[in-house]
Design a protein around this ligand. Structure first.
Ligand code: FES
Length: 117
């Protein structure tokens, strides 16, 4: 449902069609770097900070997936994470997880979920 004036609540990140399927895209926000991952019905966003060292996961712009594009890959030491929930399956931070970012998709637009007052 639209907010007053036809504007959707929450900051616009991009259009869903702007993210390859499967694929990923990074964003630099005032609050820090985040990224979106998409594969089939899965669309998720995470803070771009590896639980191993806290550094960014990508070393090529917008590339956050492994070669098979089935897992999120940290390019620094090769940790692999599930797309669905950011859980680390392998690597030096196995068992830890990426910090999720709440998003919404409305009318083909991907937005940060509005923060509650
Ligand atoms: S910084 Fe990500 S695996 Fe080491």
């Amino acid at each position: 449902m639209s907010a007053a004036g036809g504007e959707q609540p929450g900051r616009l990140l991009c259009r869903l069609a702007d993210i390859p399927d499967p694929g990923s895209r990074g964003f630099e926000l005032e609050s820090g770097a985040i990224f979106l991952v998409r594969r089939g019905a899965v669309l998720a966003a995470y803070v771009n900070s590896c639980p191993h060292t806290g550094g960014p996961l990508d070393w090529v712009e917008d590339q956050f997936l492994d070669l098979e594009r089935r897992r999120i890959l940290c390019a620094t030491h090769g940790a692999l994470f599930r797309l669905e929930d950011g859980h680390c399956l392998a690597g030096p931070c196995k068992g830890k997880g990426l910090a999720p970012v709440a998003i919404t998709v409305t009318e083909g637009e991907v937005r940060l979920a509005p923060t509650k007052p």
